[in-house]
Write a protein of this length. Sequence first.
Length: 121
Amino acid sequence: MSFSFKSLNRANGVRPEGLDTDGFAYTKLSEYEGETIKVKGFFFTNGEYGKQAVIITDDCFVNMPARAVEELEGIADNPEARAAVLAGEMIITDIEQVKTKRGKNTTAYKYGDVADLKKKK
């Protein structure tokens, strides 16, 4: 069989095979202010506030802001991007708390390439 009909299903994220996540705790992105997160994968959940994106790290799950859902869905649907995530090439960087126009706090972040970390050293 050369065609897999599973390829027609919208991906529920990018998960590395064999990564044992038993015991992983859920954390907030805001807890990583000033740090860089190496991304192992990600998945989506449906909860009280709708669809949410969750990043998988070496030792925990990181809840992402709602705006990350569409961004990460694009990565999940792109075979080249999926492969790069699974190869350990994705990072979340420049994490900081910022005030919105309505005066509330939100967590800002940027996506980056692990190669960028090596350049900084």
